[in-house]
Design a binder for this molecule. Structure first.
Ligand code: URA
Length: 188
């Protein structure tokens, strides 16, 4: 018997009281994720940064502003997609997520993904790509190529924060979002 889908509000309540890893000690807010609960496209980032921790919302800083521009290149707006992260709490000093934190936190992402059931998951950067695709291959080789994870089509791209100050990554990221827009139009 397949497991029933857990309503997003119920998952959020579990995350709000989560103490599965030490990141709960330093958080101001959890960053559950937000957007259209019936989105065709789910965007998965890495972890909240300082601004996200303060506001409890994903991608509200400089990388978020750039993400909005990228979404527009695929003819998408924030309200069309659901944006979540691998980790729901901010790692101190924005360091990389640790394997034990990813293990503790990702059951929530898995539940979110099952409930939203998007057609496409766009993974931003190495951490989310590695988690969703269960691969050790890096984003440099995987970006812009459609892959499959169970019933989901997965489209890995560079993380917008990594591309902000790197012209060649920025070019690749913008081309990849234009490709995403074409893929979505083809499958509409
Ligand atoms: N970077 C991420 O990966 N996620 C956020 O929410 C913000 C910045």
């Amino acid at each position: 018997m397949p497991k029933p889908h857990i309503p997003l509000e119920e998952i959020r309540t579990s995350v709000e009281s989560c103490r599965r890893c030490p990141l709960c000690e330093g958080r101001t807010h959890i960053v559950f994720g937000e957007g259209n609960p019936e989105a065709r496209v789910m965007i998965v980032g890495e972890a909240p940064g300082k601004n996200e921790d303060l506001q409890g919302r994903p991608f509200v800083g400089a990388a978020g502003k750039y993400l909005d521009e990228l979404l527009a290149m695929a003819e998408l707006a924030r309200e069309d997609v659901f944006i979540a992260n691998v980790l729901k709490c901010r790692p101190p000093g924005n360091r990389d997520p640790r394997p034990e934190e990813i293990e503790a936190c990702t059951p929530y992402l898995r539940e979110q993904t099952r409930t939203i059931s998007p057609d496409f998951i766009v993974t931003l950067g190495n951490f989310s790509t590695k988690f969703i695709l269960k691969t050790d291959v890096g984003i440099t080789r995987l970006h812009g190529k459609l892959a499959q994870a169970g019933k989901f089509q997965v489209f890995p791209v560079y993380h917008p924060a990594a591309a902000l100050y790197d012209r060649s990554k920025r070019t690749a990221l913008e081309e990849d979002f234009a490709t995403l827009g074409r893929l979505l139009a083809e499958e509409a």
